[in-house]
Structures are given as C-alpha cells and as structure tokens.
Design a protein around this ligand. Structure first.
Ligand code: SIN
Ligand code: CO
Length: 377
C-alpha cells in the first residue's frame, strides 16, 4: 500500500495550480509498482495507448504502439510511454490510491515512462496538473516559468517548444515527486535507466463545457422551440434588433442554459466520461440474480473497474453518473451513491439495510453484468 510522506492539504494550499515544486521522498516507502518487462508488455496490447520516442543525434521521432517487439529499439536516447496504465495494471491503480483524496472528476490517468539514458520527450508544456513520481533510476528535470514559448519539431506530434530558462533544475531519485501545474514548460532527461509515473489531473476548459452542453442539448432534443411573439408591431427601423427583442432571445438561451435538470445531467455525464479506454469485460457467464444476492449476503467484495469515473452531485444523490451515462437509483436507495462512487470496492455491509432492496439488486446485477464491478480476486 502506498502512503504519502507529506501533507497533501498544505501542499494544495501553497502549490496546486500555482507553482511547481519537488517533494523529496514523497512516499513513506517506494517500490516500483510494475517491472520494465510488464510495462513493455502493455505496449504490445492493441487497446493500450503507447508511444516510443527517440532523440538520436537530436532527431526527435515518435512511433505509436502497439509494438510487436522492441528488438530494433535503441537503448539510449529513447523512452517508452504508456497512457492510462492504471486502467490495465493493478500496481498502477494502487499507486494512484493515496491521490484518491483529490476529486475523481479532475483525475485523468496514470502515465508511465520507461526511459533509457538520455531519453525523454523533449521540452514541452502540458495543460495538466501532474505529479511525476520517480521510480527506479534517475532523471534530471528542468522546469521553466509560465510564458510564451515558440513551438518546435511540429512533425513529431510531440508538441515541443524551443527551450526555456529553468527555475527548477534537479535530479530526481526513487520516491521523489515533481509537481508541475498547467502551463509550466518542462523537460526530463534520463541519467540511469528509469521508470516514472505521472498522475495527471485535467481541468476542463470553458469552451469544452459549452460545446459539451450543446451536444447534450442536441442529443436530447431539448429547446426545439421557436421564438414566439404574437404582439409584433410595424416599425420604421427595418434593420434594427430592438433591445427588448434581444433580451427576449437572450432569455430563451439563458433558460435553456439554466435548466437545472439538463445542466445537472449533462455535467454529471460529461465529467464522468473517461478520456481513455477502460478494461470493461461483460461478466461471462452473466450473474444470476440469486447469485448476486448470495454474494451480498456473504459480504464478498465487488471491485470497480479501474479508472471508471463514478460520480454524483452533492445535492442530488438519486442519480449517479457512470462513464458518461446517467443512472437513476431506485427510490430510497440514495445511500448507494456514496458507496458506489466514493469507494473503489464495496460489500453488502457497506450498503447497509438497502443491500437486499430488490430494485437496487436488479440495478447492481445489470452493472455487474456489464462489467463495471466484478468480484475481487
Ligand atoms: C516524461 O517523463 O518525460 C514525460 C512526462 C511529462 O513530461 O509530462
Ligand atoms: Co509533460
């Protein structure tokens, strides 16, 4: 079990979204949650997003996985990167565990990098808050201040910039953590063969909220109503939009934007959508209702599929949001929202008296059969 060696709340109050820092010995004890071989194995899987980045003679190149083998890959000036590794490997899920006190709706994924000496992805800027945890090996990290930087090496797709003056320039050793907020340029360069783990958080943009809401409105065919004014009168100013009519149209728009039910459903659905593929496998064979009932009776553990975003609104526990979908809880079963969404795993005992509610059991049966929860191994 991973345990942080620093107080996350005092860290948040001084650094979150504000400034980069290095936390030496960020864990009480640190062991790599995965081996280099296992990591390479993940890069061979079709569903897993991986890339291999090389910079031999200053020539940056990126190749996308899946990879069949690594025989031709250089053992210096290279780095293998796996996105959302926590969705596919239990060790990475465990590594993210101490960060679960940060909101799931902001959490993106755990990315892992296996880097050879002089390997890296070059200088770049991310729009993520990231905790980069150094595992085995050593890497030198340089971080610059926020500012305007010139793009470089467009063709690689690596979103690199030309360079920056460092405000941090230090070597990370196993168990150290580098925190970087969005917008600060940075570059890691490998000294000894290294594994590092990036716990990433992504804040949505204003425009993503608006376009997401617009998609919700279209999909659900909301607001399919024309402007209506039975009191129209003639006017001299044929070209004018009168302020009163502007206000009426604006009100139409605001009414739609402020529809509480639409807004709450859309926001839950949008924020619960994972940006990376999940390892969801429908139960095979499917659960029978009495089997699940028995499972609950015996307090056996059901585990949530790793990386699944399960959310609820503070002021309405009657609906939960799972991976982009709204799910209404049966009447009287609002307590299940917290159990299902706040916990990575649960038992019948966690649900308390509603554990044998037939409507809740029917819903859980469906969710387990879809593969969102499964019996803990
Ligand atoms: C790296 O470890 O080089 C990539 C991680 C990052 O810069 O975000
Ligand atoms: Co970065």
């Amino acid at each position: 079990m991973y345990q942080l060696n620093f107080d996350l709340n005092s860290f948040l109050s001084t650094h979150w979204h504000r400034k980069p820092t290095i936390i030496r010995n960020g864990f009480v004890e640190f062991d790599d949650p995965i081996t280099p071989d296992e990591l390479a194995g993940l890069a061979m899987e079709e569903e897993i997003d991986s890339r291999f980045v090389t910079n031999l003679d200053g020539n940056w190149q990126a190749q996308h996985g899946p990879f069949e083998n690594f025989d031709d890959f250089p053992d210096t000036h290279s780095q293998l990167v796996i996105q959302a590794a926590n969705h596919w490997h239990p060790g990475l899920r465990e590594l993210a565990e101490p960060f679960r006190v940060l909101p799931n709706w902001l959490f993106d994924d755990v990315m892992i990098c296996l880097s050879m000496p002089n390997g890296g992805v070059g200088p770049h800027i991310d729009q993520y808050d990231v905790f980069i945890i150094q595992g085995m090996g050593k890497r030198r990290w340089r971080v610059g201040d926020k500012g305007d930087y010139k793009d470089a090496n467009h063709h690689t797709g690596l979103r690199q910039i030309e360079g920056f003056d460092p405000i941090i320039d230090e070597v990370l050793e196993p168990g150290d953590i580098l925190y970087i907020p969005p917008g600060f340029p940075h570059e890691g360069n490998t000294i000894d063969v290294s594994m590092s783990y990036s716990i990433g958080y992504r804040s949505p943009k204003k425009l993503e909220l608006l376009s997401g809401f617009a998609d919700y409105v279209l999909t659900n065919e909301l607001g399919d109503i024309h402007y209506y004014d039975p009191n129209l009168q003639t006017r001299e100013e044929h070209g004018m939009i009168p302020t009163a009519e502007f206000d009426a149209l604006n009100n139409m728009l605001m009414k739609l934007l402020n529809d509480p039910k639409a807004k709450s459903r859309w926001m839950g659905e949008q924020l619960s959508q994972s940006r990376h593929e999940l390892d969801i496998m429908p139960a095979e064979p499917p659960w029978a209702a009495d089997e699940l009932f028995q499972f609950m009776e015996e307090n056996l553990v059901l585990e949530k599929v790793s990386g699944l975003k399960a959310l609820y609104h503070e002021d309405d526990l009657s609906v939960i949001f799972l991976n982009g979908e709204s799910i209404e809880l049966p009447e009287g079963c609002e307590a299940a929202a917290r159990v299902l969404c706040d916990q990575e795993a649960f038992t019948g005992e966690d649900l308390g008296p509603i554990a044998n509610n037939p409507a809740l059991l029917a819903l859980l049966l469906e969710l387990c059969n879809q593969g969102y929860w499964y019996p803990q191994a």
